[in-house]
Design a protein around this ligand. Structure first.
Ligand code: NCD
Length: 421
């Protein structure tokens, strides 16, 4: 299938014609190509998410690889990295290969499995990182996300182990002894609501420790869902010293604050918790500066019974894939170069996903891209989401931008704002 995207603006530049032929960007038109009127639309390299929870195997009532892939494509993504906290945990070659195969069968985005760092995410014994790296799933990112690799000796060994194949340890930075019973950010609002708080220092202390370990070992560390101004300062200093550390921020931490907990609506319960306005400002600036490298969704679907209950019983986590670009647009406006780097090129580099995040002006670049209509304002309706879950914190909000089409290696996965399969 060949396409001609007529009058498209690549990253906000003057309108041009973009030819997609045989799965790549081409500078020569193809006879009989399907013409898409792309007037007013912006082409971005397909978005890449380094932090997605797809819930399969184990919690297919909340999401499957297929439903999550569809949500991703509709959000403009062409690749997602699937977190390891499934059931069974993705801590063996068998499980990561299963997730990888399910992703191929769904065929809507490239699903790159993340392997667990420790057996069963229990933080005691290192998982078979080498077996997962050499499996068909070709795992490069390892994470116990949902839990912190709290034992410093184990963290050091894992960093040493992955160095051999340029792997990366993605840390969920949470000192567990400081967050026992935590329900939200520790601060003025938690005091008023009478909820046990997760102090900012519980995140910052682990990041500080881990950048020192990564520096000592000379290995790659990635910090998941950075949420505090103090974490940003630790990362800024580490990067200035040349530590091989990268970091992500979620759309919700760029937009929402802990005041959302005031109605006790569990849709706003998430780990790490929503923080203060000052934290939000520091995160926004850090993403601009490049101290934080990427936006990652931490798309965390949960079944109704796990979310629509009393706050303290509700699971933490919120949906992200289908709203991420709109949230980032609402925060930064049409800064397309920034958006393309932080949501596509940089995450593709971190995950080692060659073929994603490429330059759409160059012939031969794999045609992984998405078309956005920035002029449209959409009202988020949970019932319309492709995810199997409904736990979006943005229900009823009016947000800028609509994904019109997404292409994976030149094949449309989304057309006219609808998934093709
Ligand atoms: N982000 C969340 O609040 N939840 C994540 C795991 C996690 O990161 O805690 C989940 O898997 O639901």
């Amino acid at each position: 299938m060949a396409y001609l995207l007529k009058g498209v603006s690549i990253l906000g530049a003057a309108p041009t014609d973009l030819h997609i032929v045989d799965g790549v960007v081409s500078d020569t038109p193809e006879e009989g190509a399907e013409v898409i009127d792309a007037t007013g639309l912006v082409a971005l390299p397909g978005l890449v998410d380094v932090h997605t929870h797809l819930r399969e195997p184990g919690r297919e009532d909340a999401e499957t690889v297929e439903t999550g892939s569809r949500a991703a494509a509709l959000g403009g993504y062409t690749a997602v990295c699937a977190m390891a906290n499934t059931s069974p945990v993705a801590d063996t070659a068998g499980v990561v290969e299963q997730v990888w195969r399910l992703g191929r069968e769904a065929g809507l985005v490239d699903v790159q499995p993340i392997g667990a760092v420790t057996v069963g995410l229990a933080g005691k014994q290192m998982a078979e990182l080498g077996a997962m790296a050499t499996s068909a799933a070709n795992v490069r990112i390892f994470s116990d996300d949902g839990f912190c690799v709290a034992d410093p000796k184990l963290m050091r060994r894992a960093l040493e182990y992955v160095k051999a194949f340029d792997g990366v340890i993605a840390q969920h930075a949470e000192e567990p002894r400081l967050t026992e019973g935590a329900q939200m950010h520790e601060g003025e609002v938690s005091t008023r609501l009478g909820l046990t708080g997760w102090p900012a220092v519980a995140e910052e202390a682990i990041i500080a420790r881990d950048v020192l370990l990564a520096e000592h070992v000379g290995s790659r560390l990635h910090v998941c869902h950075v949420s505090t101004a103090g974490s940003v300062e630790v990362l800024r200093q580490a990067k200035a010293r040349g530590v091989r550390v990268t970091a992500e921020v979620t759309p919700h931490h760029l937009l929402l604050t802990d005041e959302r907990a005031e109605g006790y609506d569990p849709v706003f319960k998430v780990n790490p918790p929503l923080r203060t306005r000052d934290d939000v400002e520091a995160l926004r600036q850090a993403l601009r500066d490049g101290v934080i490298d990427v936006v990652a969704t931490d798309h965390a679907p949960h079944a109704v019974q796990d979310k629509e209950c009393e706050w303290s019983y509700a699971r933490p986590g919120m949906l992200g894939l289908e709203t991420a670009l709109s949230i980032v647009l609402s925060v930064y406006g049409p800064q397309w170069d920034l958006i393309a780097d932080r949501m596509s090129t940089a995450p593709a580099r971190i995950a080692g996903l060659t073929g994603h995040g490429g330059d759409l002006t160059k012939a031969g670049t794999p045609a992984n891209l998405t078309l956005v209509d920035p002029s449209v304002q959409r009202v988020v309706d949970p019932a319309e989401l492709a995810s199997r879950s409904r736990n979006t914190p943005y229900a009823g909000m009016t947000l800028p931008g609509r994904i019109v089409a997404t292409f994976l290696r030149g094949e449309a996965t989304v057309l006219d704002g609808k998934a093709v399969k």
